[in-house]
Design a protein around this ligand. Structure first.
Ligand code: NDP
Ligand code: 8X3
Length: 251
């Protein structure tokens, strides 16, 4: 029987590429997100790869919706082997004194609370199997800070801390926890951060070669296909043109 991988935020970017590559590797896939048209389209693409797929449509900030979606899983879908906590976003680049409260709430509610809600729902299923692997999408913004990054960086520092904490709590249950910390990856991330301003988003990557969603998906697939006794705890992956959050070699 194929193993089950659940990938949050699969309607775009890193989540979508990870879902497709995990399907190619033979996992049955649960995909989640808010945009149901995209979820259905991706479900068809995954099905064509010869594995089973289950699209779950919810806003990860809604605790009850998250809990019900997982509680309602039946049969082998309950045997989640891999949870990729990918859904997340940055909104805005204001300095702290000019911060937009709604932007802060969206980042905290999605990147921290949403990740916690789904982990709380899925972890007991893994514990029942005495096996599992949780992959958390943190960021270089969870290791460093940069101007205008304030609350986004704080949420990713929280993810980094939660990865360490989960690894401790999950230890006796034989569950791996991998923290992935990418630098600049060109997805819809910057379009969301700049609230639909596509030119501002393009400028972020102008003059340098960023990572792609497939680069990160390849890394996640490598991590989740190691032998049972091997856990990659923390992976920092950067574009060659980026040394850290602030030094980018733009030509
Ligand atoms: P995208 O904007 O392309 O994808 C984000 C995904 O998250 C979408 O599928 C979106 O789905 C989902 N999502 C956002 N909010 C919610 C919500 N409230 N409920 C459910 N799903 C939600 O960005 P990326 O692929 O780049 O980002 C994926 C993760 O990687 C994020 O956690 C991000 O912080 C992290 N990351 C990104 C980097 C980058 O440079 N791009 C670098 C380091 C880390 P929908 O809108 O349909 O709900
Ligand atoms: C996304 C990478 O550098 O924009 O997490 O914060 S960065």
């Amino acid at each position: 029987m194929n193993k089950v991988a659940l990938i949050t935020g699969a309607t775009s970017g890193i989540g979508k590429a990870t879902a497709l590559k995990a399907a190619e590797a033979g996992f049955n896939i649960i995909i989640t997100g808010r945009r149901s048209d995209r979820l259905e389209q991706l479900a068809r693409e995954i099905q064509e790869k010869g594995v089973e797929v289950l699209p779950l449509h919810f806003d990860i900030r809604q605790q009850t919706a998250v809990q019900q979606a997982i509680e309602n899983l039946t049969g082998n879908w309950r045997n989640i082997a891999v949870l990729v906590n990918n859904a997340g976003l940055a909104v805005g680049v204001s300095p702290i004194q000019e911060g937009v409260l709604d932007d802060w709430e969206r980042m905290i509610d999605t990147n921290i609370k949403g990740l916690l809600y789904i982990t709380r729902a899925v972890a007991p299923l893994m514990i029942a199997n005495n096996a599992g692997h949780i992959v958390n999408l943190a960021s270089i913004a969870g290791k460093e800070v940069y101007p205008g990054g304030n609350v986004y960086c704080a949420t990713k520092h929280a993810v980094d801390a939660l990865s360490k904490a989960m690894r401790t709590d999950m230890l006796k249950h034989n569950i791996k926890v991998t923290n992935i910390a990418p630098g600049m990856v060109e997805t819809e991330f910057s379009i969301v951060r700049y609230k639909g301003d596509e030119e501002a988003a393009r400028n972020v990557y102008k003059g340098m070669t960023p990572l792609t969603n497939e680069d990160i998906a390849d890394t996640i697939l490598f991590a989740i296909t190691r032998p049972p006794h091997v856990c990659l705890n923390d992976i920092v992956i950067m574009p060659t043109a980026q040394a850290n959050s602030r030094d980018v070699n733009k030509i």
